[in-house]
Ligand binder design. Structure first.
Ligand code: G
Ligand code: G
Ligand code: MN
Ligand code: NA
Length: 257
């Protein structure tokens, strides 16, 4: 596979870029977080999306280099926004997507500690998004890694909740703070009459487990209003903003203080 060799070059040759998508406080419309989403600026194919190369990186072991780059770049970017007087009026966290393979590496804990220390950032400003499939095996190493990360003080979030083996027992057992609900639950809101009650129930379930909820895939004002009406306070989606290149988000931060 040609992409495999090219991806190695991309990671070392600065062809990767991060886009950033805001997570919005639904009542005040403030930015409470941004999610870093990696793209590959390929010399001939243009912008390649992560669905095409993250699986390759995972299969070939390149995910640790890729994940390390994402971690350091995202944390460094947050540091920059927090120190530049033109953007430092905002107070938001950085969310990065963590692969199942990262949790299997003990050095990952040290990578996170070092990235935060070198940027002199409070660990709670970093939230790690873990997919259900990444944490579901619940093996000893995963558990050890999650507990260590938690002791470091970083936030832990379950991503894409509602798509996989969404189970009550792991919501209660995993050392996480936040659950991000998959966008497929919201996209059925207009078409399926039972969906409003289902969304409210999912939110209650998350709350009853002592966790905070973020809803993803907010694409319309109606959806944002509905979420607010059932008491959900955080949302993310195209209605608020698409994932943006760093320069574009920086411009927005400068203009909305
Ligand atoms: O940005 P986009 O919607 O195309 O992302 C598609 C998928 O790729 C998402 O599920 C997202 O979690 C994943 N993804 C994006 N950036 C990263 C990253 O930096 N690391 C990992 N492991 N996954 C990512
Ligand atoms: O799996 P994860 O949540 O990490 O995926 C993030 C991906 O979801 C990003 O690649 C982003 O492009 C996509 N995304 C973000 N907001 C929306 C939205 O409102 N609608 C849809 N369809 N996709 C979205
Ligand atoms: Mn995510
Ligand atoms: Na998701």
């Amino acid at each position: 596979n040609q992409l495999v060799g090219e991806l190695k070059e991309a990671i070392t040759g600065s062809q990767l870029v991060l886009y950033y998508q805001p997570i919005i406080r639904l009542d005040t419309r403030e930015i409470e977080g941004v999610e870093a989403l990696v793209r590959w600026n390929h010399p001939t194919r243009g912008l390649v999306m992560p669905d095409e190369f993250i699986p390759i990186a995972e299969e070939t072991g390149m995910i640790s280099d890729l994940g390390g780059w994402v971690l350091r770049t995202a944390v460094g970017q947050l540091k920059q926004w927090r120190t530049d007087p033109l953007t430092s009026g905002h107070n938001f966290s950085m969310r990065i997507n963590v692969s199942a393979a990262d949790l299997q590496r003990l050095e990952f804990i040290e990578d996170v500690r070092e990235a935060l220390a070198s940027a002199e950032l409070d660990p709670s400003l970093l939230v790690l998004e873990l997919t259900e499939s990444a944490v579901i095996h619940g093996n000893d190493l995963d558990r050890y890694t999650l507990n260590s990360l938690r002791r470091l003080g970083v936030g832990l979030e379950i991503d894409d909740f509602g798509t996989g083996y969404s189970s009550i027992s792991y919501l209660r057992q995993l050392p996480v703070d936040t659950v991000k609900v998959d966008r497929t639950l919201l996209s059925a809101l207009g078409s399926d009459p039972s969906q409003p009650a289902l969304l409210a129930a999912v939110l209650q379930l998350i709350r009853a487990c002592g966790l905070a909820a973020v809803w993803e895939g907010v694409e319309s004002a109606d959806q944002a209003e509905y979420l607010l009406s059932i008491g959900c306070t955080s949302g993310q989606g195209y209605y608020f903003s698409r994932p943006l290149p760093e320069e574009q988000l920086t411009e927005q931060l400068k203009h909305h203080k």
